[in-house]
Design a protein around this ligand. Structure first.
Ligand SMILES: [Zn+2]
Length: 114
């Protein structure tokens, strides 16, 4: 659906948002919401520490902003890009919002115990 260069650009935007999170004393998470045709609707980052709100994860902030901008809570047809895998709260919120699909970077590695 999206070209590789578009996905890389969206990940770059996520990393920009993650940088804003760090600057604000928050954990380094960013997210971007786009339409099926690749229009950027919203960008957000983690603000848990700076807003003293344990629910202010990047994706929650993103979904709230997108719903406000679009004037609806059904985000069918929209796609989320994140710089990290979702926690259960964010995953549930995306399911409730009927997000079509989610892209994560491929550079994650899992640490194994020896
Ligand atoms: Zn989360």
């Amino acid at each position: 659906m999206f070209t590789q260069s578009f996905k890389e650009e969206m990940m770059r935007l996520c990393m920009e948002e993650a940088g804003k999170a760090i600057e604000g004393g928050n954990r380094p998470f960013g997210a971007v919401l786009v339409s099926e045709i690749g229009e950027v609707i919203a960008r957000a980052h983690n603000t848990v520490n700076s807003s003293c709100d344990i629910t202010a994860h990047a994706e929650i902030n993103l979904l709230k902003d997108a719903c406000n901008k679009l004037g609806r809570i059904d985000l069918s047809g929209y796609v989320v890009f994140c710089n990290a895998e979702s926690c259960s709260m964010c995953m549930t919120a995306k399911i409730k919002a009927k997000i079509n699909s989610v892209y994560y970077p491929l550079f994650f590695t899992k640490r194994c115990r020896k």
